[in-house]
Design a protein around this ligand. Structure first.
Ligand code: ADP
Ligand code: ZN
Length: 529
């Protein structure tokens, strides 16, 4: 031992002081470390920024041998290892970006007991020669990071994780940990089962991020609303804007720059060099706004991100939570803002319909989307809804948009009936189905070319919804979709009756709807939703 740090057998708190310079363990860190140092397995569910790294690194330093960290984030291994080395920890990684001599060096260091921590990608760990190598040396602990990747229903599924279930047999007697920031009951159960951790002690931290304010508003003109939102933030705030497509990322970044905002684009279609340059500007400079696809952010450790904005609807509440969780890791007030519209709902349904996978799989994706829509359309506290989704009960937060300004509700039964009966008539009388735009035109009594051509001005329901604006109708459709009263199907998002439509048509279901509130300075003028 010549590294000058406390070695194997040292007291965990001493290691925490001397290696990391932290005063004390935070939250459940001490209990987790104790469990693993004592040789037990652990399942750790802790939000991003909660401090998971310490919980496997300290046991690795305290126990005899090398701590093995399984991580899918190959791109980050280099930086993670550099940071550890800078703290005097003997760390290395094994992955496909290395040359054979580089790998041979790491293997030699491992076998001669010179490594405290070894990072490895799951696909490499699953090679029989890697297992054989590791068996010849000594492991102190095995930490499976991003453990939710083993869940086939999750948004980050990695087939290589499935083979990690037999690590207990490959390395008997070595304590194992599974760590993730995704915490639905379903993922929790699934990862415990698939990673074979029946004896593990479970540590579930609170998922509340009290310094993040949640705001969700209906989409009218996403880019303009985004600029208005960014202008409500303190000058020079760093932020991340998530968009679904590369095209939209590029266009949005350009639009923001045109508005004098220091915005950069990040997506997989950009040159690696450009991506690296944008990422390092975002990390180093103040007040950069990164417009990105969800490819950006996993593992990015920038504590002072002041806002995360979504201009397209995330596929699931887990995804939304992970992405918004990148705001405010320093604990300072931050905002999670989103604009979403009818078009998002239709588009997501279309993506689900078109996805590979059997019925059960699509049903699961549909349930994820429904939960996301319920969060968007709730008249209650956003945070309460979000935490409730993760199985954690809480009081209204007093800080989200709905807490600050209770949404006005109105009785949507009659408009819902008008819309449903228009759909039913078109179906029964003419065998036709249409998307929201045309149905709204019929209800509002518009005389478009299509209406005239199809003779839809002769329908009994033509013009019976003229009392509501186009925007109001879009809000009605969105909310009916969110509640399963309507379903959008097919490539064109044609609307059909959902399971809950019967009660509405009979008039024995209440349909309280939320009145749309646009952000400060928002306008109800243009019709694009
Ligand atoms: P996670 O992996 O759960 O997202 P990290 O392990 O990256 O979280 O930790 C998040 C931040 O909290 C880091 O900046 C880390 O330095 C800091 N941190 C973790 N544990 C402690 C502690 N006990 N005391 C002070 N800071 C801590
Ligand atoms: Zn609230």
């Amino acid at each position: 031992e010549s590294s000058g740090r406390p070695g194997a057998g040292a007291d965990p708190l001493t290691v925490l002081h001397e290696v990391y310079g932290y005063d004390a363990f935070r939250g459940e860190q001490a209990a987790i470390v104790e469990q693993v140092v004592g040789g037990g397995d652990a399942v750790v569910l802790m939000p991003t920024g909660g401090g998971k790294s310490v919980t496997y690194q300290v046991p690795a330093l305290v126990r005899e041998g090398t701590g093995l960290v399984v991580s899918p984030l190959i791109a980050l291994m280099h930086d993670q290892v550099e940071a550890l080395i800078a703290n005097g920890v003997r760390a290395a990684f094994l992955n496909s970006t290395q040359t054979s001599p580089e790998r041979a060096d790491v293997e030699r260091a491992y076998l001669s007991g010179e490594l405290d921590l070894l990072y490895v990608a799951p696909e490499r760990l699953n090679l029989s020669q890697t297992t054989a190598l590791l068996q010849r040396g000594r492991l102190s602990v095995i930490a499976i990071d991003e453990a939710h990747c083993v869940s086939q229903w999750g948004h980050d599924f990695r087939p290589d994780y499935l083979a990690l279930g037999d690590l207990g047999e490959r390395f008997p007697g070595v304590p194992r940990m599974a760590l993730t920031a995704t915490a639905t009951r379903e993922t929790h159960r699934e990862l415990t089962e698939r990673l074979h951790l029946p004896e593990a002690k479970h540590f579930v931290a609170s998922f509340d991020r009290p310094n993040i304010q949640y705001r969700i508003e209906p989409k009218v003109d996403a880019r303009r609303q985004l600029v208005q939102f960014i202008r409500t933030m303190p000058e020079g705030s760093a932020g991340i804007v998530y968009a679904l497509s590369r095209k939209s990322v590029d266009a949005t970044a350009e639009y923001l720059r045109g508005q004098g905002i220091d915005a950069l684009a990040y997506h997989a279609g950009l040159d690696a060099a450009v991506r690296a340059r944008h990422q390092s500007r975002f990390l180093r400079d103040d007040g950069v706004v990164m417009v990105a696809t969800i490819a950006f952010g996993m593992g990015i450790d920038k504590p002072d991100v002041r806002f995360v904005a979504h201009i397209d609807l995330p596929k699931s509440v887990e995804g939304y939570y992970q992405e918004t969780g990148r705001a405010g890791r320093d604990g300072e007030p931050s905002v999670a803002w989103m604009a979403y519209g009818l078009g998002d709902v239709v588009q997501q349904r279309r993506l689900i319909d078109a996805s590979e996978g059997d019925r059960t799989f699509k049903t699961r994706l549909g349930q994820h989307l429904d939960a996301m829509l319920a969060l968007c359309e709730t008249v209650g506290c956003r945070r309460q809804n979000l935490l409730g989704y993760f199985g954690q009960a809480s009081e209204p937060c007093g800080n989200c948009d709905t807490c600050l300004q209770a949404p006005e509700t109105w009785d949507g039964l009659v408009p819902a009936q008008k819309l449903l009966s228009t759909i039913v008539r078109l179906q029964r009388e003419r065998g036709q189905a249409y998307g929201a735009g045309h149905l709204i035109d019929i209800l509002r009594g518009a005389s478009t070319e299509r209406i005239v051509r199809f003779g839809h001005d002769k329908l009994a329901t033509y013009g019976i919804g003229a009392d509501l604006s186009d925007q109001d109708w879009r809000s009605v459709v969105r909310q009916l979709l969110a509640r399963g009263i309507l379903v959008a199907t097919g490539e064109y998002g044609t609307l059909a009756l959902g399971e809950a439509a019967g009660g509405v048509l009979r008039g024995d279901t209440d349909v309280p709807l939320r009145r749309d509130v646009l952000g400060r300075g928002g306008s109800r003028s243009s019709g694009q939703a």
